[in-house]
Write a protein that binds this ligand. Structure first.
Ligand code: DGP
Length: 213
């Protein structure tokens, strides 16, 4: 049996990641696949609750300290994610280490320093970057109350994301309709799953950022 594929959706705030993740999970399940949704930050754990307090401005933390907490929040999910992938379940993941590096680098931390704690995480098989110009993101109901929902920071975040573009990335134009984006994302995901079913050498890729650092 082929291992599951790790399908990541990344992008700036308001690009439509959560909607597209939910639609992708549903469509793949309807096609008979075993698939689960993961979301980062995962706010229910002890570390996740600290991150939530920071994002909602009820707690102040040093930029490096919060960066390491976001990374720890991914590491604490890693064993369960690996188990599911090895059992043949596909994972649709809403944000991951690219968000970690993009947000902290946009705040002024060093890019390589930011990559280091996430080095060695499982690497996605497919990263769909939902790209939305910041002015358009702002028009979508305006940014909310959370710490990072500010135009200037979001612009920097988008720039860093585009610098991180790795070989498994597909850039999706998030100005398109929800349904058009869904079709594009579903096609890419199904193609990746088919490739996995035909692959001979198929170990999990546990080398996130190893080639860059
Ligand atoms: P979300 O739950 O997807 O709306 O994400 C909450 C906010 O946290 C959003 O502004 C993006 C930011 N974020 C997500 N992951 C990370 C990370 O690893 N590091 C930092 N600094 N920010 C992150």
């Amino acid at each position: 049996m082929a291992r599951g594929r790790f399908i990541l959706l990344e992008g700036c705030d308001r690009a439509g990641k959560s909607t597209q993740c939910a639609m992708l999970v549903k469509a793949l399940q309807e096609r008979g696949h075993s698939v689960e949704l993961c979301k980062f930050p995962e706010r229910t754990t002890t570390i996740g609750q600290m991150i939530h307090a920071y994002l909602t401005n009820s707690k102040e933390l040093d930029d490096k300290a919060i960066h390491l907490l976001f990374s720890a929040n991914r590491w604490e999910a890693m064993q369960a994610m690996k188990r599911k992938l090895e059992q043949g379940t596909h994972l649709v993941v809403d944000r991951y280490a690219y968000s970690g590096v993009a947000f902290s680098t946009a705040k002024g931390l060093d890019l390589k320093w930011c990559m280091n704690p996430d080095k060695g995480l499982v690497r996605p098989d497919l990263t769909l970057f939902l790209d939305l110009p910041t002015a358009e993101a702002e028009r979508r109901g305006g940014f909310g109350e959370e710490r990072y929902e500010k135009r200037e920071l979001q612009e920097k975040v988008r720039e860093v994301f585009l610098r991180l573009k790795a070989k498994e990335w597909v850039v999706v134009d998030a100005r398109k309709s929800i349904e058009a984006m869904h079709q594009e994302i579903l096609n890419e995901a199904e193609q990746k799953i088919r490739e996995g079913e035909q692959a001979k050498e198929d170990a999990l890729l546990e080398d996130m950022f190893e080639d860059i650092c």
